[in-house]
Design a protein around this ligand. Sequence first.
Ligand SMILES: Nc1nc2c(c(=O)[nH]1)N[C@H]1C(S)=C(S)[C@@H](COP(=O)(O)O)O[C@H]1N2
Ligand SMILES: [Mo]
Length: 406
Amino acid sequence: MNRRKFIERTTLATITGLIGTEIVYGLKIPRGYAPLALQDPDPFKLFGKDKEMVVLNDKPWNMEAQAHLLNDKVTPSSKMFIRNNGLIPEEIDTDSWTLTINGESVQKEKSYTLKELKSKFNTHTYQLTLECGGNGRSEFNPPAKGNQWTIGAVSCAEWTGVRLRDVLEDAGIKDDAVYIGYHAADIHLSRNPEKEPISRGAPMAKALQDETLIAFKMNGQDIPLAHGYPLRLVAGGWPASVSGKWLTEISIRNKVHDGPKMGGTSYRVPCETVAPGEKVADEDMCIIESMPVKSLITSPKTGAILKKGQKLQIKGHAWAGELEVTKMEYSIDFGSTWQSCTLEKPVNRLAWQHFSAEVSFPKKGYYEIWARATDSRGKSQPMLLPGWNPKGYLNNACHRIAVKLT
Ligand SMILES: Nc1nc2c(c(=O)[nH]1)N[C@H]1C(S)=C(S)[C@@H](COP(=O)(O)O)O[C@H]1N2
Ligand SMILES: [Mo]
């Protein structure tokens, strides 16, 4: 992409707007961030986010959506949560940007420019659900450290790119390959260039799936800066931490990838369930793979007030990691009885599915609408918190909204 255009679109307009003067910084983005940081940047403008998005942290930037913001079938960038572990890369030169395939189990280390990636391999487009492993963390007790996500750390955008499989096969995969691990251009909070904020990965089976992409477009446009411009790994249905932004390297490993945030309590849960607050030894923790079944009521917004006798259209999405959602139900009596929703098929594997229902209420009063999805293996969402774990991952409890009939 044309750099000039990129700068204009993402930051220059904001900087100019904030300090009332034009900044000249030629080929480099970095100076752009320094004045922004000093000028108390407006993250909504900086990242083009809807003003109802909620900021959880500014160093690094973390922002989540609210349920009603996620009503679109395809999540637009303005309503997509941001989860950064470090600082957004300051120098992005798309002409010199390369992706290197390396590691113990690559046949021949190989690098590709963006141009080469785009021209050498077939392009594919999929809508892919990305949910942070820590979505729902705020409800766990004892509480878990980290961003206190409520329900808004999930998105389902349309990603376009080349298959990771095609690129790995072009470089050559040795027989002893076990895992892939990504490396990226973002900066550790300490600004120590030796340190990576995050470097995660997935087993070969996930890496080789049709839908696992090295993406360069989101919703038909260049990937927004906050979401990984100019190149991103996208592995739908798994903790979104596997989907490395600002991608520069993929290592084909002969062992489970051991980058930062692969060990300890990071994106890992006790292999066997534990009591809330229990200490868990490192060797008893297992890496999270496919995300559990979950759903969100995205319309109406919680707190709707209706007239007695009025019917209510509810809408939302449901997803189940690697699986499909096969049943969707709602309850207006705190889970005592359940009615079925209309449930659509996913547009492709690993995309969320839309549901809707027309809800009638027997008399006036306060109601909660609860939503419950069931996956193709018969597992449903729990009505209360699922098993406690040290970092508060995988909370897939039923979403509920309040409605009052007057
Ligand atoms: N390079 C890099 N990739 C990353 C991260 C990061 O901090 N750096 N965060 C990960 C985590 S934990 C999540 S949940 C998703 C968030 O993606 P989003 O910000 O585009 O919504 O990106 C993942 N990829
Ligand atoms: Mo995450």
